[in-house]
Each structure stands twice: as structure tokens, then as C-alpha cells.
Ligand binder design. Sequence first.
Ligand code: PEP
Ligand code: MG
Length: 879
Amino acid sequence: FGDASVKNSIEGTNAILGGKGYNLAIMHGLGLPVPPGLVISTAACHAFYEAGLKLPQDMQDQIWASVATLEKQLGKGFGSVEKPLLVSVRSGAPVSMPGMMDTILNVGLNDDTVVAMATQSGNPRFAYDSYRRLLQMFGDVVMGVEHRSFGEILHDYKHAKGYHLDTEMTGEDWQQIVAAYKQVIIDQTGKPFPQDVRQQLTMAVSAVFESWHNERAKFYRNLHQISESLGTAVVIQAMVFGNLGDDCATGVCFSRNPSTGANEFFGEYLPNAQGEDVVAGIRTPLPLEKTPATAGTSFEETMPVLYKQLCDVKNILEKHYQDMQDIEFTVEQNKLWLLQTRIGKRSAAASVRIAVEMAHEKLITTDQAVCRVAPDALEQLMHPTLAPSSKDKPFAKGLPASPGAAMGILVFTAQEAIAKAHEGIKVILARTETCPDDIMGMQAAQGILTSHGGMTSHAAVVARGMGCPCVSGASSVQINETARTLKCGSIDMKAGDFITIDGHTGNIYKGEIPVKPAVLPEELQELLAWADAARRLKIRANAETAQDTKTALGFGAEGIGLCRTEHMFFDAAKMQLMQAMILAENIDERRKVLERLKPLHQKDFIDVLTLMQGLPVTIRLLDPPLHEFLPHTDKDMAELAKNLGVDTATLSKRIRSLDETNPMLGHRGCRLGITYPDIYRMQADAIFAAALQVAKNIARPVALEVMLPLITGLEELRVLKKILTDSADAAGIEGSAVDLKIGIMVELPAAALRAGELALEADFFSFGTNDLTQTTLGLSRDDAARFLPAYKEQKLMPADPFASIQVDTVGALVRMAAASGNAAKPGIKLGVCGEHGGDPASIQFFNTIGLDYVSCSPFRVPAARLAAAQAAIGQKKSQ
Ligand code: PEP
Ligand code: MG
């Protein structure tokens, strides 16, 4: 890592060096103790694939030249039987993918060098333990031997000897295991383990490159939207040993608590162990910091000088990276070595706390803090937490590895988790320890429970990254994956039984436990206040009930961007009148029913407008096809017929006559206002009466925006606007404390194309990007789920266009309509009320094209505030 050419080109080169190699070079540059090594770049990974999964000759030459430098530097020889050099071969993608690719340690050991290692170290046990680890990793990763086979051999051997722990194994025992492992490699592959150390190294490098395309890595990239084309770098590094004796250890630490975000040094270690033991969750490690509970076992107590040194290291690294670090270290005979540092993965709550506290500490600016928290993480914070009653006693406790409450039936394998989740059944995946191959099952599960492994095991790290609740290292719980049972004292559970876990506390309960709404981290308000100061876009909510409106206000909504009036008819009283109105035989009868509906509807608007206290409220007139309000089953039709006093046959004929082939493109939206003007007139009367009444009772004027859906052109708009202005005039809006605007939804390509002329009659545009996506792409939002997954899998579409705006098509129409609307009526108010209004990537786009606000579901308001701020900060930086 000390090569000058690398040092000179370090900054910004982690796309080439990969995260691991880049950070090792940085640490070396900072003067920290890093075992020497070399990085094979991601460009070499591409060359490897282009050459048909081969290491081109010139690449091999470069590797050997660098290994020679390493040999010289350390006074050791690769394959030497006097002073053998052993190396680790590790993957290191530009974006961290913990545990998803492969690693091989102790490369360079063979039947001869192991003897030299045994003699030199005076510790044959260590030498043969290291050799069997190489055989195991190499056999599994490079030669394709079943991972399980090695575990079974070791298990049977220990059983025969009456051992329980690996630490009971002697040098001779490991020697026996080495022989058995070599045999299983031959049995399963027909080839012996390569004794030629050079062959070992090239095979290991190739295998790590190939692991870029293993199933779990692909799955992880898909999950976290990491590009397939990045490729991985490979780090070859001189081995240091944490398993040479009691003056050795290995550990993982975080510069702050990754679960809560508290500014405390947080980590775990294992005395006399090799690195992978901690992260793979094979043994449950000990804490780094001293507490009353550690009783002399913490790293701080057992190795105080090194603990102090490690504290200094973490301070240096956190200052350098200005972010929380996840550090791997090894102690070899009382000397500290750093094997890795990277930006630490953290829970959603921790990301908020860390960002805010780092800004307070002046380590970062408030703008940087705002950009540190992923808007999606805020949605995770909205998850409910457990509220156990006094009789709900946990039967066991593990480590609170990833926060959140989760409940479901017990399953014991990833496959089972996936199968049950497909059936829509909620599951908790229980494993003794999780291996990276479990990732698909972890994604399918509500929560994860392990009996081994610590807070830094892969299970914990990956779960935190996915926002999936996890309790790890619940050592009093015996999980038997073969028998599919979970036992703990008198508790005896089997697959299919209900279980609840609490990732906040680590508690585990039998059965289902009540939940309470999420408790948001204290620091969130401050972070959002910084976001509010940085953003330009206003954030509104889509809400129509008093409950939703209160939620929206609580989360900081600055208005209602879409009040879907159809949702107000969902209560029984109004629904009955609505049905009677739709099925009325003639105009007079319809008008009579509408008169009865009006006061009820007016009350809905009074509630919402009062709660909003003068903040803008956009009320949209009726939109869905009328048959959506009518019953479809025989039983429901019979009941309705009884209520209306008509016979069922006549009623069902009438209902069928309202059926349409393509209702979404049919008799809906403002077309209802054209064919049933009385409905819109009733709504307008109710809205204006409500607004005038509220205006008398609140301090500020009522900012009322009435909106027409599914407009296609000017002629239609003029007719409908007249219904509204007539009603407003009759009510006496003019000169009152009601500030009325009449606008339209731009949700059809026709409206976008005619936006210039529509702006002459409309006070505002609200882009209905749901319908606009549907009609621009000719894609039904109700049926797209049948084929969109195939498009995603075949990479024909980067994202679901209903979730994230398709910039070149739907986005282009929005951009164009906004520009022509603005040209015709400068300053015309422009907003978005489709689902995209709550999607961070779409918000970024809406910010760049100069819209005034986005409107989204109440629970997404905090995320939208943050995303809008990030968009503005990003735009400021790029200018
Ligand atoms: C839209 O089409 O984007 C919209 C907000 O309206 P709805 O989803 O109610 O059709
Ligand atoms: Mg719509």
C-alpha cells in the first residue's frame, strides 16, 4: 500500500481500488499499523472477465512482482520452508457489500510450509488450525466443496473425542482434521488441494473475482441498487495472526454505536481467534468496553494498552473520514494491526443521531448532516415498537442487533422463509448463526433471531442495512435447524409457532405482543429543521380524514396537496346516499339525494379546513368511475335492493349497465362533471359553504384550491369552471376571507400538451403522475404487477415507473407542461400529487424543473422534507 503511485492517486480512486484497498492505503498514509499488501484493481476484474475468467499473463506478472516486493519488505518467502509468507486474499468492491463475496485466509500454507510455521511459532496447534482453515475456505470457495462437509467432519471428530469447544482441540487433533479435509476435497472434486502456493494464489484471486457474480452478491446488489458493472478489487495482504496465543485477539469495532448512534466506542473481540470468527458469528464475542457486567473480560480490561491505542486509532479515523467507522483489527503477540476500515452501516435511528451530533461537534456542516441520512431510512423509523403488557414476559434475551419489533411464525431455513413469505405469511427466521447465503431469507422475513454471533456479525450488519429487526447471540436459546425446534428452559417451540422479537431491547417472546406507534429519535426534529432551512420545494400531504390531516401536520406538512373527495364517501351513511344518488331513476330524484348528501359532505370539509388553519388545501372533485361505489356480489346487491326498496333483478341490471371495459380510461374524472353536473355542483356548494364557515373561526384566510381531475382540454375546463364560479358567486366567496383558486390536475398527455392554453383558465397545475405514467406508458397501474417484475429482472426498466418517475417520458411531459404553463401565466403554482411526490429520486427531479411543491402520503412527509433539502443542496453544489 506504500507504493507512491498508489498514494498519489488515492483520492477519488476507490472505484478502481475498491473500498477495502482504498481505505487500507489511506490508513497506511495516516501512519497507522496496516500489514503490507497489494491491491488488484477493479479494472483487472473486468480484464479477468473479458479474458474468459482467466488472469491475463501481464496481470500475473504484476502480481508476482508485487509479491516479491512484499517478500523483501518482510524478509519472508512465499512458499519458503524457512520463513513462509502467508497472505489473505479478500474481495473489496467500490461499495461495501459485507460478507457477500469471498475471502480466503492463510494462502501459502501447504504440507511443507505448515511444518515451518509449526516450528517457527513453537505452536503446532496454531499452524495446523491455520492450515485446516485454509483447506476449508479454499475447498469451499475455490474448489466448490460443500461448506457443510467440513463442519460435519469437525463436529463428528469433536463428538468422538468428547470435546465441546474448538479450544479443546490439540495440534495433533488439527493434524487429523487437515488429513480428513484434504480427503474430502479429493472425494468431492477428484482433485487434490494444490500444494503449489503460486497456484493457490492465482486460483484464490480468480475465485474472488468470480464471487462478484455469486447469487448472494447479485441479490444484495439488487436490493441496494448497486451497479453490476462496478466489479470487485482484490486485496492481497500479509497475514497477521490473532490466534497465536493468549496475547492475541481479533475484533471489530464501530467508532459510534451503530444501533443507537450514541457516541460511544462500541465493539467486540475474541481472544486467540482469527478474524472471520467474529464476523461469521461462529463464537459469540466479548465486549470491547468495560462495564460492570464485563467482569474483567472486556478488551479494555484484558489489553488496556492496546485498548487505548485502538481508541486513538478510531479518533484519527473518524476525524479523517468525518463519519462513523467500522474497523477490523487483530492483535498479534501484543501488537495492534488494522485490517480494514469503512463507513459503518447503521440503523435508521443511528443515522439521524450520528448526523446531528457530528454537526454539533463541528465535524460536519448542517448541510452535510442533512445529506447523511437516507430519506428511506426515515420511513423505517415510522415502524411500530413493542408495548408488552405486564403479563408479557420475555423468555429469553439476545443482543439488540437491529431495531424494530417483528412477529411471525418460526421458520428455520432461508428457503422456508422465502416460501412462506410468498404465501403472504409473516415469518421470523431463526438460525444458530446466519451465513451470507441466508440473505434472501432474511429479506423475506419480518425479523431474524440467532443464538450465536454478536452485534457485528454479518447477520446483524446486513439486517441493519435492510432495516430488518434482528436479535442476535441469544445464547440461552437452543436452535435446532434439523429438528426445526427452538428450546429455552421450559419453552419448547417448533416451526410454525408464533414468536415475537424486539430489536430495540433484544427481548424474545412467545406468541404475539401488542405494538405501539414508533418513537422517533429526539434528534430528528433538529435534522428536519436544518432540512427545512435548506430546501426550496414545499411539502404537502395527500389527506382527507381528520386523522390523516393531523398526522400530516404532525410530520410538518405545509398544506394538503390532494384531498380525494371520493374517500370521504367511505362511511356507511354517506355511502348509502351515494349509492342511492348513482342509481336514481331521474334528475329530480338525484337532486333530492344530493341535497341530503351536501351537509354531510360540508362537515368533512369543515373538519379538514379547520385543522389546516389557513394552510393551503387542494380539494379534488369526484374522480373514480361510479360503479366503484356499487356492490358486485349477489349478496351485497340484494341488501342494497332492500335498502332502496327496489327489486334485485332491476338493480343488478342497472348496476351492470354502468360496467365499463376500461373504466380507468372511461367514465371518470371531470367527465362525471360533464355528464352529471349536479354532482360537481353539490360538491362545490358544500366546499364553499364550509370554507366561509371556517373563515369566520380561524385567524388566517382559508387558502382554498379546488381541483378538476382528468382534464384533457380547454373546452371541458371552461364548462366545469363555470359550475364552480357560479357556485362560488352564489355562496359569496368574492370579498370574503376565502382565497379561492381553481386549478386542474395535469394527468393526461393531452393536458400536458395543451398546458399553455390550459394555464390561461387554471390558477394552478397539480401533476397527477400516477395517471400520467399510466397513460404515457400505456401501462395499467392495476395490471402492471403481472409483467413489470420481468422487466426489472431483464433490466429493461431500472425501477418501477409507478414508484419512481420515468424522467425521459413522464418526466419530460411534466417538465414541458410546467414550462409552457409558466410561460403563459408566469408564477402559476405547480405541484405534484401522484405517488412520486414521496419518492426521493423523483423529488430530486421535481426540484430541478422548478415545481413549487410535492404532495405525498402523511407518513412520507419527513422523508420528503429531507429529500427536498438534499435535492436543493445537491443543486447548489453543482452550480
Ligand atoms: C394521479 O393520477 O397521480 C393522482 C394523484 O390521482 P389518483 O391516483 O387519485 O388517480
Ligand atoms: Mg389520477
